[in-house]
Design a protein around this ligand. Sequence first.
Ligand code: CMC
Length: 426
Amino acid sequence: MSDTAKLEYQGRIYELPIVEGTEGEKAIDISELRNQSGLITLDPGYVNTGSCTSAITFVDGENGILRYRGIPVEELAEHATFKETAYLLINGRLPNRSELTRFSVLLNDHSLVHEDMREFFSNFPRASHPMGILSSMVNTLRSFYPELQTMEEEINITVTRLLSKVRTLAAMSYKISRGHRVVYPRPDLAYCANFLNMMFDSPVRPYEIDQDVVHALRLFWVLHADHEQNCSTSAVRLVGSARVNLYAAISSGIAALWGPLHGGANQAVIEMLEEIEEKGGDVKPFVKRAKDRNDPFRLMGFGHRIYKAYDPRARIMKKICDTLLEKLHIRDPLLEIAKDLEQTVLEDDWFVEHRLYPNVDFYSGIVLRAIGIPTNMFTVMFAIGRLPGWIAQWKESLDDPNWKLGRPRQIYIGPSLTKFVPLEER
Ligand code: CMC
């Protein structure tokens, strides 16, 4: 007999099935709970709630493990290109040589964006945040690239379009924000190098592609490619569950990622390190503030809902940060402050008790700075990296036989039946 959990309420016992994942994680299946008992569950922030079963990414936060389709992220970071990682996440397995070639050809074919889309860019106020622009532009793509005939075509073509065009749109937004000429994608360049060239090439200073920089960017994107049911991915799944088009679902993911508690943390980390530097470089007052319960200040780049051990992505990011800065002969004072801050936090009893460790965003900003990415574009870089994960999760939800429109319930705590009072009597 399969495993069950028993819930006793008002003298009745409800048997709830236990669902077990391939890595031994267990969940109580409450899908019939309300039907049988009239009860719902309440779980702010969905801290204890599994919203789906998924075969894409496995995270073990207690032991610092992250795998895409079963492959440890460390192995992918060492051997896989970002393109292969994207293919793996979306299609469930690594591509063979001919599949990879076909994928590359498609990415190249779809890399241009409609020229009319440039008009939109010029109408955004100059101070607009690139994440707001990107989210709007991705939604706008649907108007330029309407629905295709078959679902298979829709999935394959729209997915490739998005993977390729989001990268182009991101570089375009940077160029236009600087008042510079847009640089078109080049068919002879691979995914990461092509992006760097679109960002930094200029008629007066041709961009020289440095393989160390390409390597760092590849790693950054591979490490960000998926992270199971985080805030933005859940947004993509929830919005997607209304059966909106993929562009709209991804646009909502980008909006969610923008938040400083999520993807926006990479920008917030650099701003925090700059503030520490401006105030003389002493990290201790900041650590003290972070521990003060009456102060809302948090150390950006520390802590994670799932990781209660060192984030495995942060470990790789720290290494690449050191290597890249050394190879490029950059001495970034923010790196010294970051290392000092990390050391201080790791030795602090309060942080140890709270199991707060550096997360992926802590060192990534310093890597992006070294590459030449402006701070307000950091979260856009995260979004490009996370795109394959969002797409894979959306695609998986389409194929899920247990799929349902996402619609959480609530416990109402407002006034009970209240009579309307006409304006003259108020
Ligand atoms: N600095 C100081 N205290 C912290 C921090 C932090 N960065 N993170 C958590 N805490 C404390 C918090 O004050 C609370 O303390 P107490 O129990 O004494 O009240 C305790 O730790 C638990 O915090 P929580 O907010 O309930 O934990 P959570 O799991 O909901 O938080 C988090 C996860 C990422 C929102 C949080 O750690 C945070 O705000 N970190 C800073 C922002 C950041 O770096 N975000 C990037 C996350 S990684 C990239 C991504 O996946 O998006």
